[in-house]
Design a protein around this ligand. Structure first.
Ligand SMILES: Nc1ncnc2c1ncn2[C@@H]1O[C@H](COP(=O)(O)OP(=O)(O)OP(=O)(O)O)[C@@H](O)[C@H]1O
Ligand SMILES: [Mg+2]
Length: 223
């Protein structure tokens, strides 16, 4: 079985207009699937379905299933789904809530009632892995776009996920920040994570194992 297996995803926010009308995909461990599509075609909606945000916390009509590492994501509460698949939002400011980087990384684990020594160990390990140890006491709000992205990636992965979904990871970043994010994606692939990244353009194409195009609610092999 693939690391991420999505089958026949259908979703409508209002019960009338279909945003996704039969999306199926599979991603292997160590593979990065890039999904391209123009603005408004449903990329963020698909990210929400792949990570259980839909149907857990968005109103609408949903059907289909998502399995990550064998866990049925679409029927899990959001907190549980996050232990299998991480969602990195397009805008890190929507995701970062604490006043220091290390608090941000510890936040999700504290909610899971993980022991303090174990939290310290995992937070230090994650900061080292993503090269952000020197930012530990900084306020996430004051970091560069790329640094913020690294903090959100580290924070979401600390929950134990084996798959990561990026919603437009390159949008709004300068060249230096883009390089940081690209290096992180490469690192995740090498580490055996299954990666899905949506982008409105093809800026991630050189890093993709495969590219698919979202159009009219379905995935296509060609633009
Ligand atoms: N919460 C919501 N309620 C109702 N309609 C929504 C909601 N979120 C998105 N939509 C609509 O669903 C469609 C797909 O939106 P979505 O945000 O998934 O597209 P996108 O491809 O991510 O766009 P962008 O490239 O601008 O980020 C759009 O027509 C949008 O207006
Ligand atoms: Mg979007």
């Amino acid at each position: 079985m693939s690391a991420i297996e999505a089958t026949n995803l259908r979703f409508s926010y209002d019960g009338e207009r279909s945003i996704l009308s039969g999306v199926s995909l599979s991603v292997e461990a160590g593979e990065a699937l890039v999904l391209a599509g123009r603005s408004g075609c449903g990329k963020s909606t698909l990210c929400r379905c792949l990570t259980g945000v839909i149907p857990a916390s968005v109103q609408g009509e949903f059907s289909g299933s998502v399995s990550v590492g064998g866990a049925e994501i679409s029927s899990l509460p959001l907190g549980e789904a996050a232990r299998h698949v991480a969602l990195v939002f397009q805008d890190p400011d929507d995701q970062l809530i604490c006043s220091t980087v290390e608090d941000e990384l510890a936040f999700g684990l504290e909610n899971l009632c993980v022991e303090p020594e174990e939290i310290r160990r995992r937070v230090d390990g994650a900061m080292e892995r993503f090269g952000i140890s020197d930012l530990a006491l900084r306020d996430p709000a004051e970091l560069s776009g790329g640094q913020k992205k690294l903090v959100t990636i580290a924070a979401t992965l600390l929950m134990g996920a084996c798959a990561v979904v990026f919603d437009e990871p390159m949008t709004g970043l300068d060249a230096e920040s883009r390089a940081l994010v690209l290096a992180a994606i490469e690192d995740l692939k090498r580490g055996g994570y299954a990666v899905v990244a949506v982008e409105h353009d093809l800026s991630l194409a050189p890093y993709a194992s495969r590219i698919l195009y979202l159009r009219d609610g379905k995935l296509h092999d060609h633009p």
